[in-house]
Design a protein around this ligand. Structure first.
Ligand code: NDP
Length: 336
């Protein structure tokens, strides 16, 4: 079958495209401008006409994807801003929400052969403010960030602005689906990954221009940006970008995931876990906090992998594997 991948030039999306092609799918990728297509055309040149790029200049416009959805069997919607530089919350919320609804509306009108739409949401749409350790599941929704943005507007924290954009976009997708599902040819699947790390194959010249999550990893693990206290106490959960790409492929192949929201998480960590792994592999890299004891680390938020295991069953790469392959990629680029 043929799959439409939106935002095909992004860090995660290029891996999604590659994995789909490797599994025998044809791919039509959307990018915002011709300049962003060249790298993709070169990278997937060997796939011939199984890979094509189309330009969708403004994903927020109604009808933006009317042409792009024609003739595809499935859609992977990944395009959405992920950065912490927004002043007004709407800089993130408008493209996240309207990008999502415009894909769904186009799919409703012109996606007559579409059988499934997969949306890349995030654990940003799941996370809750907790004070005691807790395992969050697909039943949890991040209302707090929406509330914060409503109350504080541009003075809301940067994470709250991003998280609100992802929560509102995912909610809009489910609302659209619930309202229209009797008339749609397709079902909806949502994937909720935490921090995504691992090698990059998208177009990036210098590490400072990496996407948000990979740049943060570079700064903290290679450049030693965090102090010892932060290294041992600041963390989140992670998934390797290649495992997330596999999840996007499996989500098209498994009938039983229809209508499901699925957390795709390999586990919780503190930055020192990655710093230690990197230092073991390359002693030139910072050792970080040498008194850190991973068995004593407190992870207030963890994510359940129960549903993922039951429905997809991915064998996730470990912190060590992701670190090793990321450092190899950085070395090959001359960044190390
Ligand atoms: P990238 O920044 O590498 O990719 C983002 C993609 O979205 C690019 O193709 C970008 O296009 C496109 N995009 C961003 N803003 C707009 C806009 N206003 N209009 C049209 N297109 C836009 O990030 P990732 O690959 O990391 O992110 C991909 C998806 O994964 C996002 O939905 C993100 O929320 C989600 N995600 C990412 C995580 C991570 O840790 N990386 C974790 C959880 C979820 P352009 O290059 O033209 O700007």
């Amino acid at each position: 079958g043929k799959v439409l991948v939106t935002g095909a030039n992004g860090y995660i999306a290029v891996w999604v495209v590659k994995t789909l092609l490797e599994h025998g799918f044809s791919v039509r990728g959307t990018v915002r401008s011709e300049s962003k297509a060249a790298h993709l055309r070169k990278l997937f040149n060997s796939y011939g006409d199984k890979f094509e790029v189309v330009i969708v200049e403004d994903i927020t416009k109604d009808g933006a994807f009317d042409e792009a959805v024609k003739g595809v069997d499935a859609i992977e919607h990944t395009a959405s801003p992920f950065h912490f530089k927004a002043i007004e919350p709407d800089e993130l919320i408008v493209p996240a929400v309207h990008g999502t609804t415009s894909v769904l509306k186009s799919a409703q009108k012109y996606g007559t052969s579409v059988k499934r739409v997969v949306i890349t949401s995030s654990t940003a749409a799941v996370i809750l403010p907790v004070t005691e350790p807790r395992v969050l599941t697909e039943a949890d929704w991040n209302e707090a960030s929406i509330q914060e943005v409503k109350e504080k507007g541009r003075d809301a924290s940067a994470p709250a602005k991003y998280r609100a954009s992802k929560t509102l976009a995912e909610r809009a997708a489910w609302e659209f689906y619930e309202k229209n599902k009797d008339t749609l040819s397709w079902d909806l699947v949502v994937l909720n990954p935490p921090f995504v790390f691992g090698p990059a194959i998208h177009d990036v010249d210098v590490p400072e221009n990496l996407n948000e999550s990979a740049r943060e990893w570079y700064l903290n693990v290679v450049k030693g940006k965090l102090d010892n206290d932060a290294l041992a106490t600041v963390g989140a959960s992670h998934v390797d970008v290649r495992d997330l790409a596999l999840a996007h492929t499996l989500a098209l192949q498994k009938p039983e995931v229809a209508g499901e929201r699925i957390i795709i998480s390999a586990g919780a960590w503190k930055w020192q876990d990655f710093v230690s792994a990197a230092h073991r592999l390359d002693s030139r890299l910072p050792a970080g906090n040498t008194s850190y004891d991973p068995t004593k680390a407190v992870h207030l938020v963890q994510y359940s992998s129960d549903k993922e295991r039951r429905l997809l069953g991915i064998k996730f790469r470990s912190i060590e594997e992701t670190t090793k392959d990321t450092l190899e990629d950085f070395k090959a680029r001359g960044w190390l």
